[in-house]
Write a protein that binds this ligand. Structure first.
Ligand code: 2BA
Length: 108
């Protein structure tokens, strides 16, 4: 068994969770925050049998879109100790996945 940890954009999460559950995958949704943009994203935990991992990745690919986002995260130091927001374009991935081996899975 594998544990798939998928970090996805909030907008993509409802459709993705519906698709996963319709295909009889179990999923846990966590509200998370990206360290770089400091804005919300969604982390999904899915315990799946090894032979199902490819199918889950396909469902994630079908639901998660790459988007460009402009943020004023960076500031430029100006004379007189004023700071000016500096627009920064970032491409947020469809999904960031971590796939881990599960040593033991218990449902008690
Ligand atoms: P954030 O950390 O908010 O990052 C959002 C997007 O900003 C990233 O998209 C990337 O395009 C850009 N970015 C992140 N760190 C950067 C940096 N140091 N310099 C320049 N640009 C940077 P994604 O790579 O698609 O990541 C989306 C979200 O997935 C991230 O949100 C974070 O929550 C998570 N994530 C990505 N890689 C991770 C990793 N190696 N470990 C843990 N979480 C990760």
């Amino acid at each position: 068994m594998k544990l798939i940890i998928a970090i996805v954009q909030d907008q993509d999460a409802p459709g993705l969770i519906d698709d996963l559950t319709e295909n009889e995958y179990r999923v846990t949704k966590l509200a998370s925050t990206g360290g770089f943009l400091k804005s919300g994203n969604t982390t999904l935990l899915m315990g799946v049998e090894d032979e199902k991992v490819k199918d889950v990745i396909r469902i994630i690919e079908d639901n998660c879109k790459t988007r460009e986002m402009t943020t004023s995260l960076l500031t430029v130091n100006m004379p007189g100790e004023t700071y000016m927001p500096y627009p920064l374009e970032v491409k947020i991935g469809g999904a960031t996945l971590f796939i881990l081996d599960v040593v033991e899975h218990l449902r008690i």
